[in-house]
Design a binder for this molecule. Structure first.
Ligand SMILES: [Cu+2]
Length: 144
């Protein structure tokens, strides 16, 4: 009983300590099926394209959770603009506006998601290049 509890705590600590949860994981027996939370920050910085999703390209498997986090004072949204055929995100394809720091939009990659490529944009800033690419695949990990 206690042993199991400690094992779970250890796993959580390891997951939190890992800087690259999606790509840096090893192949510990059976661990490949365990879901991950992928954090995508909505950032603001100096330069010609001040607003961005960070990272701007990421991959997920079914069961993973996408967690979009507002980090800047400028309001953004999360809009799945192009999707592979078979994807049925419905209303989840567009988030509400994230207007305050640390506000999040969380989406589980469940049966609504078909495998394939998704383009995500922020509607107010799409024209200045605020977009990201998601690849949903249940095959071998994508290195990109
Ligand atoms: Cu934006």
């Amino acid at each position: 009983m206690f042993k199991l509890r400690f094992a779970l705590v250890g796993m959580t600590a390891a997951a939190l300590a890992s800087p690259m949860p999606a790509s840096a994981q090893g192949t510990a027996g059976g661990a490949s099926a365990s879901p991950h939370t992928i954090v995508i920050k909505l950032v603001e910085h100096a330069g010609p394209v001040p607003f961005a999703f960070e990272p701007a390209a990421f991959s997920a498997r079914h069961g993973d959770t996408l967690r979009f986090v507002q980090t800047a004072p400028t309001m953004h949204n999360v809009h799945f603009k192009t999707m592979p055929s078979g994807a049925k995100l419905g209303a989840a394809a567009m988030s509400q506006y994230l207007t305050t720091k640390d506000q999040v939009y969380t989406l589980v990659v469940d049966s609504r998601f078909a495998e394939g490529k998704y383009e995500i944009v922020c509607d107010p800033h799409e024209l200045i290049g605020m977009h990201a690419f998601l690849s949903v695949t249940d095959g071998p990990a994508v290195t990109k």
